[in-house]
Design a protein around this ligand. Sequence first.
Ligand SMILES: Cc1cc2nc3c(=O)[nH]c(=O)nc-3n(C[C@H](O)[C@H](O)[C@H](O)COP(=O)(O)OP(=O)(O)OC[C@H]3O[C@@H](n4cnc5c(N)ncnc54)[C@H](O)[C@@H]3O)c2cc1C
Ligand code: SF4
Length: 326
Amino acid sequence: MRTFDHIDVYSIAEACTTLREYQGRARLNAGGSDLLTVLKGDFLADYPEAVINLKTISGMDYIREDGEYLRIGTLTRLTDLVSSPLLKEKYPVLSEAAYTVATPQIRNVATLGGNLCQDTRCWYYRYPRSIGGPVQCLRKGSGPCLAIKGDNRYHAIMGGKKCFAVCPSDMAVALAALDGKVIIVGPEGERRVEVTDFYHPTGNELAKDEVVREIEIPIKRTPTQQSFRKFTLRKPIDFAIVSSATVITVAQGICTDARIVLGAVAPAPVRAKAAEELLIGKPITEETDTAAAEKALVGAKPLSKNEYKIQIAKTLVKQAILGVTD
Ligand SMILES: Cc1cc2nc3c(=O)[nH]c(=O)nc-3n(C[C@H](O)[C@H](O)[C@H](O)COP(=O)(O)OP(=O)(O)OC[C@H]3O[C@@H](n4cnc5c(N)ncnc54)[C@H](O)[C@@H]3O)c2cc1C
Ligand code: SF4
């Protein structure tokens, strides 16, 4: 690892000011479970001059309802999302998703904000300097996307434009199914962004001097059935090949509301709106379930080596919906 300034900050405002002072040459550090790997791999186009430690900010780890919204502070650890009685009871899709992330040791340090903002896992992008990297590519600002003609078995099957890396965050998928908003703070104030809009083809919505402060989720007044499914190659610990989060309301046998989100298929979590529309107003049966799963993947355009993801995605959506009972 190279040397850098290490700066403790004590408020979000101070984090923003410090980011602005460094003009893009500083990185935020929360749990460090991704950032330190990135710095050790030394594959970034620009190595940061400073690392800004967010963990010295107090009061940013909370999970609470305030009447209209569930609010989760950016420094809340994934371990706390897994064990929260409130989430287990009313937002199980979040605790289920958190439980599938990495290992207990990593979840003990990894934060929700860090999970949402973690860097891409594309293996061309992450090719370490110690074994011949860094590899340049479009996401790093120079050259083409190497995955298009290369080994793209883990890359996007929809929504890829310039970069075909998928969003690696499992929490983003679950949060999108709950209509979550990312609350971003910068020197000019605060703004809210839908989780699905937080991700861009080559990065995320954050400007160089902005910080994620909180996640806001509207509280549903009617009971919902929630599910998070994830297909991985290595069962005990792995990133998703495909994931699916569903939040469905059924009243008297009829689906009255549905949010179906696919993960690891695109640069952002993808809402399967056509599948949602198909289900609403109908009973959940084998027939409607199969039709919804087919609809969820309409428009998928696989690359040369990842067509297999389509069938996995259909199966996950089917399983998640079929788990719903009145
Ligand atoms: C072995 C292994 C397996 C993994 N498996 C999975 C998995 O299955 N699913 C999954 O979703 N993830 C997985 N991960 C990724 C893991 O979830 C992330 O490393 C972790 O959540 C990052 O959180 P952190 O607090 O440690 O972030 P850090 O490493 O501190 O930061 C990560 C990035 O987010 C930025 N950041 C952090 N906080 C903020 C903030 N408040 N505002 C703006 N930017 C911020 C940092 O600048 C940095 O760029 C795995 C990681 C490892 C090492
Ligand atoms: S998918 Fe994105 S990160 Fe990977 S090589 Fe292509 S441009 Fe780079």
